[in-house]
Design a binder for this molecule. Structure first.
Ligand code: NAP
Length: 274
């Protein structure tokens, strides 16, 4: 009989360990969490940090676990599923593998008890964004319990919305870091030291995000409040060319979304040839 409060992670890497961290901080007991990962250092770190049970491979113990989180790279997924197959009948599944469609997961796992989640790296500090698509609506409660403490949850009622989420928030931290790097580089160019330059870049983005989060005003209004006509910000925005930056960003996100769809299709093709 499976225990519906328990969760096994297949893969205890970057994302798996960040999610486990948030789960434990939000009240999950270490004894409710299991991890399979071939890497001994990662297993040791996870068990000493969070008190979770770790295993190099699946075994009979997995047959009692209610929920299985697939947290390996997409290319590792077919092998990982083959290994757990003898122990999964009746379990629910949550996949965070980028681009891999629920229809393909369902064919591999022989169940529809599946949710697909697209998280991002700020889940490490509880300020992530997780897009969630439920193939089985009954998985809402458990996915909310696991991913709620990771940050903002955006429920997606159509699966392609997850590819759009990939383009905005999944890859989004990289766009923001890229922007922050240009602030930092400019600060160094103006003669600030490395620590000051990093603080200027990080705190500008952090403060603006916090202000946007707490303010009822639109992002456009908040921007206008910093921008008086003929003033300093006005000059900077003229150079950025509001519209041009928006269209460059749109182009970048469209390219990202297209790639997410392509990767899902490529994954599907690898299943067809087997
Ligand atoms: N990073 C992001 O920003 C992000 C965002 C959204 C979604 N995702 C998705 O999250 C998933 C995990 O990404 P990640 O960055 O956490 O990758 P990762 O750090 O490489 O973690 C995956 C872990 O799974 C282990 N593993 C490999 N084969 C296994 C098997 N058969 N059974 C159990 N464990 C196995 C890997 O070990 P080895 O290292 O020894 O192979 C590794 O420790 C990916 O599917 C990715 O698409 C990532």
């Amino acid at each position: 009989m499976r225990n519906s409060n328990t969760v096994a992670f297949i893969g205890g890497g970057n994302m798996g360990s960040a999610i486990i961290d948030r789960m434990v901080s939000s009240g999950f007991k270490g004894s409710e969490i299991f991890v399979i990962d071939p890497n001994e250092d990662k297993r040791q770190k996870l068990s000493s940090q969070f008190g979770v049970a770790t295993h190099a491979e699946p075994g009979d113990w997995l047959a009692n676990v209610g929920n299985i989180v697939l947290a390996v790279k997409p290319q590792q997924l077919p092998d990982a599923i083959r290994q757990i197959k003898p122990y999964i009948e009746g379990a629910s599944f949550i996949s965070i593998a980028a681009g891999v469609q629920t229809a393909d997961l369902s064919a591999m796992l022989q169940t529809k008890k599946i949710a697909r989640v697209m998280p991002n790296t700020p889940i490490k500090v509880g300020l992530g964004v997780c897009g969630i698509f439920l193939m089985d609506p009954q998985l809402k409660e458990i996915t909310k319990k696991i991913f709620g403490p990771c940050g903002e949850v955006i429920w997606c009622d159509r699966e392609p919305m997850l590819e759009s989420i990939t383009a905005i928030s999944g890859s989004g931290p990289a766009y923001v870091f890229f922007f922050m790097e240009s602030l930092e580089k400019a600060a160094i160019g103006y003669g600030f030291n490395a620590g000051q330059a990093r603080a200027l870049a990080v705190s500008t983005v952090l403060g603006s995000s916090r202000l946007a989060k707490e303010s009822p005003e639109s992002l456009g209004t908040l921007r206008e409040r910093v921008t008086s006509k003929g003033g300093t910000t006005y000059e900077a925005l003229k150079v950025l060319g509001d519209k041009e930056l928006t269209s460059i960003m749109q182009e970048a996100m469209d390219a990202c979304r297209r790639r997410a769809v392509e990767l899902g299709e490529a994954f599907h093709k690898t299943l067809e040839v087997k």
